[in-house]
Design a protein. Structure first.
Length: 276
């Protein structure tokens, strides 16, 4: 079985972060592992507290994974400080990690800021240069490219610039009211659009975590970058289309939507209970 490591924060509401990553990974047929960067107190309405781990402890978590069950891919999500960014880059270089997907989590769906200015600088200096793919949304792509994005052409130019500056592939996500959820991939000098239809669902908590984890899962299984993006978008669309409605704010998606039909068809196991 292929394996994927998520280096990200914990979401107490279960809709994003390592919780969303693990749900996504198991539904995409890989074994998921985690190295937690921070604990968050959050729900669908916002983030009320962040408690980050020490750099030393984060390194111990990553070491523990690589020295026993080496991951076939790595997904990086919320990393709240520069020292943690630098630790991650150091560890990934040390172990020559492969198939690294970075979701540059700067702002939560609820609008809460999740990354310090120094951490953003370290992301650019240390982490993106070792990544295979970055998956910024429109605001994040603007921050990374230094240019405003108003049109499809702006998305293309921003993705190309980010890729050329940091040396990684870029999937610029158009879900922030631009391009009706169509995403633009610039990878190895070539660009391609992945057209999508916006699903009318206000519950989008954890979409970025889910998409990047699904991409990492397919890369771990040997799919090409384009195939991995396509498969991830299809999975994300299914999770959104299931129309799960939990919480008072922007709620989570139904990561296990594929289980509904299979559970209905699954036969009950032949279990006999003996009374004493």
């Amino acid at each position: 079985m292929k394996t994927v490591l998520s280096i990200a924060g914990s979401d107490s509401s279960g809709g994003a972060g390592i919780q969303a990553d693990l749900k996504t990974m198991i539904m995409n047929g890989v074994y998921g592992m985690t190295a937690v960067t921070a604990l968050t107190a959050q729900n669908t309405k916002g983030v009320t507290g962040i408690l980050e781990v020490s750099s030393d402890f984060l390194e111990k978590q990553i070491d523990a994974v690589f020295q026993d069950i080496r991951p076939d891919a790595v997904k990086i999500g919320m990393v709240p400080s520069a020292p943690l960014m630098e630790t991650i880059a150091y560890c990934l270089k040390k172990y020559q990690a492969e198939n690294i997907v970075v979701d540059p989590v700067m702002v939560a769906t609820s609008g809460s800021v999740l990354m310090e200015t120094e951490a953003a600088a370290a992301l650019k200096k240390s982490v993106l240069p070792v990544a295979d793919l970055a998956t910024p949304n429109i605001p994040e792509a603007e921050a990374l490219s230094g240019r405003k994005i108003k049109t499809s052409e702006d998305m293309e130019q921003a993705a190309k610039k980010i890729s050329e500056v940091f040396g990684c592939g870029v999937l610029c996500k158009g879900g922030h009211s631009l391009n009706d959820a169509s995403d633009y991939l610039f990878y190895q000098g070539k660009g391609r659009w992945f057209r999508g239809r916006r699903i009318d669902n206000p519950n989008t908590h954890g979409t970025g975590c889910t998409l990047s984890s699904a991409i990492a899962s397919s890369l771990a299984k040997g799919y090409s970058m384009e195939e991995a993006v396509q498969r991830a978008k299809e999975y994300l669309s299914g999770a959104l289309a299931a129309m799960l409605d939990l919480g008072a704010g922007s709620g989570p998606m139904d990561h296990g939507f594929l289980l509904k039909d299979s559970n209905a068809e699954r036969q009950k196991p032949d279990i006999t209970i003996e009374k004493q």
